[in-house]
Design a binder for this molecule. Sequence first.
Ligand code: SF4
Length: 391
Amino acid sequence: MNISPSFPEDDTSVGLYIHVPFCKARCSYCGFVSNIHSLDLEERYLRSVAAEIGLRAGDHMAGGAALSCDTIYFGGGTASLLPPDKVLRVIETCKTWFEISDHPEITIEINPGTVDRSCLSQFIHAGVNRVSLGVQSLVNAELAAMGRLHDSSQALSAYRDLRQAGFDNVSVDLIAGFPGQTVESVRHSLRLILELRPEHLSVYLLEIKSGTRLAAMMAAGAVPPQDEDMVADMYDEICEITVNAGYEQYEISNFAVPGRFSRHNMKYWTDQVYIGFGPGAHGMTGRHRYANMESLDLYEQALDKGFLPVETVTEMTPEMRFKDALIMGLRLVKGIDLDLIARRYGVDARAFVLETIGDLQSFGLFEIRKNTLRLTAKGRLLSNVVFGRWV
Ligand code: SF4
């Protein structure tokens, strides 16, 4: 394909993602990079992640000015296993190497099972101003089957503790499609969550990942398979109930009250640069996409020798980046401005779309109105069918 891009936006603020690779115990469905937490591992991790931040920032500066940054996201793993003074240490390291904007969004994921209420206000003093709380369900039998560390009352009191500590920007995570969940049980959890009025809600339709305990249990017949029709019904209901409660669905899995979109995650969906640090973290620097080594030992060894701890680095051709921009941008409910992306990539975006997925329009998976390409509600549920054409 003929493509001649220009990326002036790459010079704007980047997002920093800090992967904290520890958990207290492993959830049954988990396929993330995570180790069982210990203080010794935590200290080794902190030393290495500081080294990686310096190394990557130096790489980007190449003798020039520091990159500016307006979002930092501590994810995991269980990011809240890092105490506030250590979170502050990482933020200070970021400030040393990046030009942090005046009002950055700094998010930390908190597991209700590891929350220490006396620490919460210290996170705010460290600069954290947004929390993503991993509630997942408010049905105790489901939480137990998921292997979560908390029950529903702990999740609810963690939420109250966050509010009492002063957090005014809280996102709640909910899982849908876990084996055994029903439309009624998800509706029950959702209603309780919406009564709390979090600023943001993320709903994850569970994908069973190979290598997880859940996948093994399913293969052994100990857990029923997912009922795809029921998951589709759950998704429809979740969208309807949440939108009726005054939230805007702005992305396939994300809802927010006005003005509270996740600024960090918007970078992923709007073709912007983000830099990931920590074992297993991913990044997209504009010219390259990379994934870090997952093993904490190998990650540490690489940094001790002064190397970037990368497992894979992919040079992003303009064509790859264009397709990524389509895939990620179509996750947004408002869709993509075809004229904008055409200018950015110097390509006839409309012709490309019609040529590659035009036949899916008659199945009602997407629509083009004026210059906007967007998935329909059905298309959002079947987004993998659309995106599969471009990978
Ligand atoms: S808390 Fe998150 S990262 Fe840790 S085991 Fe559970 S799902 Fe995985």
